[in-house]
Design a protein around this ligand. Structure first.
Ligand code: ADP
Ligand code: MG
Length: 290
């Protein structure tokens, strides 16, 4: 459904934020995994037609991102990483405003659509509550509701679980998985568990480059106490994750990854920074025990 071809982005006078990305994304839920600064938001914004690429293109449902962004814009829903919700509006008022912006002119139709969306994200009973009273999880569900306006084929969701507590995170992931039936959902995250539980396919992005693509089970199973042989570029950093440190060592054949430590969940907060030794990079990965 989505064919990304040689996509590159360079912000003014900076190194490449995206460096020759080539990627095919099919139906279902697709995970884009990478640490902070990897280029996830840049890629999501380009695919959501919010910002042009420096070079390259993507074909989405047969339309070229470069030549026909309007056609693509009509088919997609987008939940940006930083999404400011108007605190004084109620959930229903906010969705009504979004629907008007999306060109729903008929008031009756709009009302029907909003009720349908509120139900889909389990906010029906909260529709007349002001957004300022909402929890983080409720705000994200409202964010998804606006992305689902008009029933788009493609939904792009950028780091939606980052600000949520673990319980809300699980609930939100399950909700998102429901919406991937009969459409494509691209989920960007730095949390491996988000992807493991819901995405069949993933791509790993680091320093603007794709360092691995494939099925989630293949990529995550290889990280369980074994040497993980995925080639990644020389300047690669850490992947933030929950209970393993995977070190990455440069050899003549590329990088070899090996699990070097298990981390107890209570310790993980102190181990978010990569350990840098001679020729080694720390990669924090998810363990076999979940
Ligand atoms: P991620 O979402 O994975 O954290 P981003 O796409 O936000 O990564 O950023 C990728 C790189 O591009 C980073 O080095 C970041 O500093 C840079 N960058 C992002 N947005 C801008 C911008 N508007 N202007 C200049 N540099 C930017
Ligand atoms: Mg981001």
């Amino acid at each position: 459904m989505i064919e990304i071809q040689h996509l590159t982005k360079q912000y003014k006078k900076k190194e490449l934020a995206l460096d020759d990305i080539n990627l095919t994304i099919e139906h279902g839920m697709f995970g884009l995994l990478g640490p902070n600064g990897a280029g996830k938001t840049t890629l999501m914004r380009i695919l959501a037609t919010v910002m042009p690429a420096t070079s390259g293109d993507a074909m989405i449902d047969g339309f070229s991102l470069k030549k026909n962004p309007e056609a693509i814009r009509r088919k997609l829903g987008y939940l940006p990483q930083i999404f400011q919700l108007p605190p004084q509006l109620t959930a229903a008022e906010f969705l009504d405003y979004c629907a008007v912006m999306k060109g729903f002119n008929n008031k009756k139709e709009r009302k029907q659509e909003i009720l349908r969306l509120l139900e889909q994200v389990n906010l029906t009973d909260k529709q007349n509550r002001k957004i300022k009273t909402f929890s983080g999880g409720m705000k994200q569900r409202l964010g998804i509701a606006q992305a689902l306006l008009g029933n788009p084929d493609l939904i792009i969701v950028d780091e939606p679980t980052a600000g949520l507590d673990p319980e809300e995170r699980v609930r939100f992931r399950n909700l998102l998985a429901r919406f991937s039936v009969n459409r494509t959902v691209i989920l960007s995250t730095h949390i491996v568990a988000d992807i493991e539980s819901s995405c069949e396919q993933l791509a790993v992005l680091n320093h603007g480059q794709l360092v691995a693509t494939g099925s989630t089970s293949d990529l995550t199973n290889h990280a369980e106490g074994k040497v993980w042989e995925v080639e990644i570029p020389a300047d690669s950093q850490s992947f933030f994750n929950e209970n393993q440190i995977i070190s990455s060592r440069k050899t003549a054949d590329g990088y070899v990854h090996k699990v070097i430590a298990e981390i107890k969940p209570s310790d993980s907060a102190t181990l978010l920074e990569p350990t840098l030794e001679d020729g080694y990079l720390a990669l924090i990965g998810r363990g076999a025990n979940g």
